[in-house]
Design a protein. Structure first.
Ligand code: NI
Length: 248
């Protein structure tokens, strides 16, 4: 069930049986020569929608712009500062809590978000702890899960791409988006075949270190068929984990 295609009455009804919601969270940033700028927002959205066919799951709109300052030397990238992202997550969370949601499952597609998401959780919990009035509110549990860390998913991606899955613009994330949007697939030859690896600093340093945007990957291996396998595995692991979180 998608929040943005529901009415307020339907959300009221949903809240009578479940106080849990999944929020896909990602980034809008370059993903090398053949990956979509939306890759990190699309992957959790695609997997969550597949999981929602297996279990009762309310999906929030995708928090689709995250922490991507290091990609800003590539056109199309949009970023929030960590402080802005924390503030935005506080407002999303406070809005949902006001309606009675008590379990927020942030389903993430971008490694660069994790530190900021954890800091946002700490801010949100701290605000509740400082406020005496909040002591009568319901409980609040927030969870962060990176899609590639769901049980079984990392190993499957390694099996499919033993070489060149990589760290950024990975073959597996590109495959997931290709499975969902085959009409937008790009065919590009990679040079070098497998991209360099190294440290991430600011945008200009990144562009010098990783000229076409990839880190350690050869995403020309990505196919929609591989993506479909990854989505199936990730969706069933997510359905199980979300159901356990929602009923804990
Ligand atoms: Ni990515």
């Amino acid at each position: 069930m998608l929040l943005h295609l529901s009415t307020w009455q339907e959300i009221d009804e949903h809240l009578k049986k479940s106080k849990a919601i999944l929020i896909p969270i990602g980034s809008t940033e370059q993903h090398g020569p053949n990956g979509f700028l939306g890759t990190d927002a699309l992957c959790p959205e695609i997997i969550a929608r597949a999981a929602a066919q297996q279990t009762d799951m309310l999906i929030a709109p995708t928090f689709s712009v995250g922490c991507a300052q290091h990609h800003l030397a590539f056109s199309g990238t949009i970023t929030l500062r960590p402080s802005t992202m924390i503030a935005a997550m506080q407002d999303w969370s406070a809005s949902l809590v006001r309606h009675g949601f008590e379990k927020l499952y942030w389903f993430n597609g971008h490694g660069g978000n994790t530190a900021t998401v954890s800091a946002a959780f700490s801010e949100i919990y701290a605000e509740r702890s400082f406020s005496r009035e909040k002591k009568n509110d319901g409980d609040l549990a927030q969870k962060l899960r990176n899609w590639w860390e769901l049980p079984g998913v990392y190993n499957l991606c390694q099996d499919i791409y033993p070489a060149g899955d990589g760290m950024h613009a990975t073959a597996s994330e590109v495959a997931v988006t290709y499975a969902a949007y085959p009409e937008a697939i790009k065919t590009v030859e990679m040079s070098p075949k497998i991209a360099p690896i190294g440290e991430i600093r600011d945008a200009e340093h990144y562009r010098r270190s990783f000229p076409d945007g990839r880190i350690g990957s050869d995403p020309s291996q990505a196919t929609p068929e591989d993506g479909a396998r990854i989505i199936t595995a990730a969706a069933s692991a997510l359905a199980k984990e979300f159901a356990a979180f929602a009923t804990a």
